[in-house]
Design a protein around this ligand. Structure first.
Ligand code: NAD
Ligand code: DAU
Length: 343
């Protein structure tokens, strides 16, 4: 049974939601959050959690000595820490290579040394993109329509290629060194505590700040949205019941194009659904992601709970409305960076 776990990147969006999920649902578990507190990490994401069960260690996953010391005393490592934003990776890939590739190597070396259980958090983006549904040949239905754990690796951006590299390192450490590891590749998360550089929170906080939302290109690109708590329950399931060496895809059948999502946000917030600007598209912009989570559902019996997207979006909008203090200081910085880039 797992009693002490390390959650890297636990002060970021998805990691802090996982920490909260574990604390609320598994009273026997204590957590060390190892987080560098980059621009995306925030102590406030852990506020309200019991201090006797959650300890934040501010540090870099690339720091071998620190990682060795922490890993030597833990039952498991759940690795969320990453540079996570595609647009940033297009401006400067260097920190992505350092944290996502070098940092992962430091962690898996330490887990190998102390025979510690390791779970690797990855993304559906390692598989590249899919054609839009309307462009799929009728006979292709069911095959190649969605990503599975057998899909080939075809990453497009500096971000996704560093995540793909880290997945491959984990696979090699499992096979060559017997690392006790699992990997999960999840689709786009939404919910509270997501940095306002990302699509959904950027548009919500734009509207709250009197700025027109910004849609890249025509908005035809499709993302497969999952409420972040469902990602957390899936990761816990894999960590505790998953088969060592396996890769599980996490998704909850939430495919929607960006234009549709933006129009829904505008309608929920009482604005005309065309009150947005179309801006410069992202270079190399992946067209569509779609997850086939059959393996996770069938083999581990996982089910998502928050499958009503409109409801999830409403509660996310409420959260940003009620937590202006959490994001307002960052707003100008984020928007001026986008403006410089024509977005
Ligand atoms: P985020 O940017 O919100 O958080 C990343 C966290 O990692 C921050 O707290 C940051 O301070 C920390 N960090 C960065 N570099 C570090 C380093 N060198 N050492 C220690 N800590 C460091 O990212 P997120 O959206 O929460 O994503 C977390 C993980 O989940 C990533 O691995 C990402 O690839 C994966 N993921 C995210 C999504 C999504 O939709 N957000 C979907 C699938 C997978
Ligand atoms: O698929 C999982 C991935 O989802 C994670 O691995 C990444 O860490 C996470 O950031 C996310 O990547 P995306 O690039 O899909 O997310 P982002 O929120 O940046 O953009 C979502 C879509 O919205 C994408 O098609 C680009 C578009 N977009 C984004 C922004 C910021 C806009 O149209 N306007 C915007 O202002």
């Amino acid at each position: 049974m797992l009693k002490n776990i390390i959650v890297t990147g636990g002060a970021g969006f998805v990691g802090s939601n996982f920490v909260r999920y574990v604390i609320n649902n598994h009273p026997e578990v204590n957590i060390i959050v190892l987080d560098k507190l980059t621009y995306a990490g925030n102590r406030a994401n852990l506020v309200g959690l019991p201090q006797n069960r959650v300890r934040l260690v501010v540090g870099d996953i690339c720091n071998k000595e620190l990682v060795d010391k922490l890993v030597s005393k833990t039952d498991a490592v759940v690795h969320y820490a990453a540079e996570s934003h595609n647009d940033n990776s297009l401006l400067n890939p260097d920190p992505f290579i350092q944290t996502n590739i070098v940092g992962t190597t430091v962690l898996i070396n330490a887990c190998r040394k102390y025979n510690v259980r390791y779970h690797h958090i990855s993304t559906d983006e390692v598989y590249g993109d899919l054609p839009l549904r309307k462009d799929l040949p009728e006979h292709g239905k069911g095959k190649g329509e969605k990503f599975t754990s057998d899909s080939p690796y075809r990453p497009s951006s500096p971000y996704s290629s560093t995540k793909a590299s880290s997945d491959l390192l984990v696979r090699a450490w499992i096979r060559s060194f017997g690392l006790r590891a699992t990997i999960s590749n999840c689709s786009n998360n939404y919910g509270p505590f997501q940095h306002i550089e990302k699509f959904i929170p950027r548009q919500i906080t734009n509207i709250l700040s009197g700025i027109r939302p910004k849609l890249y290109g025509t908005g035809k690109n499709v993302r497969d949205w999952i409420y972040t708590d469902d990602h957390s329950s899936a990761v816990w399931k894999i960590l505790t019941e998953g088969k060592i060496g396996e890769t599980y895809l996490i998704g909850s059948d939430g495919e929607r194009d960006n234009k549709e999502v933006l129009e829904l946000i505008l309608r929920i917030m009482g604005k005309p659904s065309n009150a947005y600007d179309q801006v410069k598209d992202r270079p190399g912009h992946d067209l569509r992601y779609g997850i086939d989570a059959t393996k996770l559902r069938k083999e581990l019996g996982w089910r998502p709970k928050h499958t009503d997207f409109k409801l999830g979006l409403k509660s996310t909008i409420n959260w940003y409305t009620e937590h202006e203090n959490w994001w307002s200081a960052e707003k100008d910085i984020v928007e001026s960076k986008y403006a410089k880039n024509g977005q």
